[in-house]
Design a binder for this molecule. Structure first.
Ligand SMILES: Cc1ncc(COP(=O)(O)O)c(C=O)c1O
Length: 392
């Protein structure tokens, strides 16, 4: 079947117009052939074509690691292109003790989700945007990056071969984690001589232990997350360990997460440890402008788009912390958190409370975003990518 598909594809692609249905069929064969060849070494295709669910308590998924069966790995040397990736069982990877990522933090990560629709289709949300963000981040971190096509293809392969780990509709999503790291050995401070692009996945439920209940955020006054000219705007692994101190301290005091202020004036809202922030006042929805210290969230971008469609005025600008006092609503956005309502923010020992629940802008935007992600609402924006259901 693999060889037949490859032959058919070759025959078809030589003579077809792009976009024709036969051409799409050819592209499909091309995709399944590549998948088949990545799998050929260790596993039979029949291993991947079952429709069953993994044995998991789907009603109680949190945001912990439950590794799905397979991961994708490819490597490349500096100034070369990444080789064709291979799928293997999820497991430990070997790294030199002097790998660039271990010694100098040369690494980036991404996150996207695959959802199962009511009819059993599997949809991945905007992986091309993750691919582009990784490309920009890689440039900042002096790393080569996979092409957009290779990135998206790897994500699709991972969703397909791990499809039994995609939760039932409404129970969560398969979180897909692409990683790009300097894997080659280096001693003097310099870019690593070799890089690894790896994708693994884990089924997840709610990010916060609060579930869908409103979050209580704490505004950090001692620590900052990013500085102008630094790397706060890219998803480098080095942006995350430094927030652990503030995050742990806030959680120990009963807060859900930390909201950071800008590092220069200590006055303007930036973002939360792993999500963006929005405030709502009347018909105006505002979010901090991205200027290199804030991650340009894909959910942020999608929510801005949806808010426009819903008739809101959206402003990307500097937001002084004092504006929170007058805000009607506050919410967070991110792949992991989706759209999470904020019930309170504590700043300088003062707790400011916000409207949440029925009739809120947050809930309205959440319904549309999740509707598109899960196939309940027609995706007129071309944001979702459907994963072929079966490998022939
Ligand atoms: C620091 C930070 N801000 C914002 C986000 C939200 O980005 P996205 O919506 O692309 O997941 C994330 C998560 O990826 C993040 O780590």
């Amino acid at each position: 079947m693999i060889q037949t598909s490859a032959c058919l594809r070759n025959l078809l692609t030589q003579s077809l117009h792009p976009g024709s249905s036969l051409s799409k069929l050819a592209a499909y064969f091309c995709y399944t052939c590549r998948l088949a060849s990545s799998l050929q070494q260790e596993h039979k295709l029949s291993d991947y074509s079952d429709n069953e669910y993994a044995d998991l308590d789907w009603d109680n998924l949190g945001f912990g690691i439950t590794p799905a069966d397979y991961m994708y790995i490819t490597k490349c040397s500096k100034d070369k292109n990444f080789e064709q990736g291979k799928l293997s069982r999820y497991g430990n990877i070997g790294l030199s003790p002097s790998a660039g990522v271990l010694n100098y933090g040369q690494g980036l990560y991404e996150g996207t989700k695959a959802y199962r629709t009511e009819e059993g289709r599997i949809l991945v949300f905007r992986p091309d945007q993750n691919a582009m963000r990784m490309k920009m981040g890689a440039e900042r971190m002096c790393m080569p990056s996979p092409s957009i096509d290779q990135f998206v293809d790897a994500v699709k392969q991972i969703a397909l071969v791990n499809k039994r780990w995609v939760p039932p509709p409404g129970k969560g999503a398969l979180y897909i984690r692409p990683l790009l790291v300097g894997s080659g050995p280096v001693l003097g401070l310099a870019p690593a001589p070799e890089y690894m692009f790896l994708v693994y996945a884990s089924p997840v439920g709610n990010y916060f232990k609060e579930g869908s209940a409103p979050l209580n955020l704490y505004i950090e006054e001692d620590f900052v997350r990013a500085t102008p000219g630094g790397a706060g705007g890219v998803k480098t692994i080095g942006n995350y360990a430094p927030v652990l101190k503030a995050l742990t301290r806030a959680k120990n005091r009963g807060f859900s997460d930390v909201l950071y202020l800008d590092s220069v004036h200590r006055k303007y809202l930036e973002e939360v440890s792993s999500c963006n922030i929005f405030i709502v006042k009347g018909n105006v929805i505002s979010t901090p402008a991205t200027n290199g210290t804030i991650l340009e969230g894909i959910t942020r971008k999608s929510v801005i788009d949806i808010a426009h469609d819903h008739g809101y005025q959206v402003e990307e600008r500097l937001i002084p912390v004092d504006e929170l006092i007058d805000a009607d609503e506050v919410f967070c956005t991110g792949t992991a958190v989706v759209l999470a309502p904020v019930g309170s923010i504590t700043y300088k020992n003062r707790r400011i409370e916000f409207r949440t629940g029925a009739g809120s802008a947050c809930q309205e935007l959440y319904s549309t975003l999740v509707g598109i992600q899960t196939g309940l609402i027609e995706d007129k924006k071309g944001w979702t990518i459907e994963i072929p259901h079966q490998i022939n």
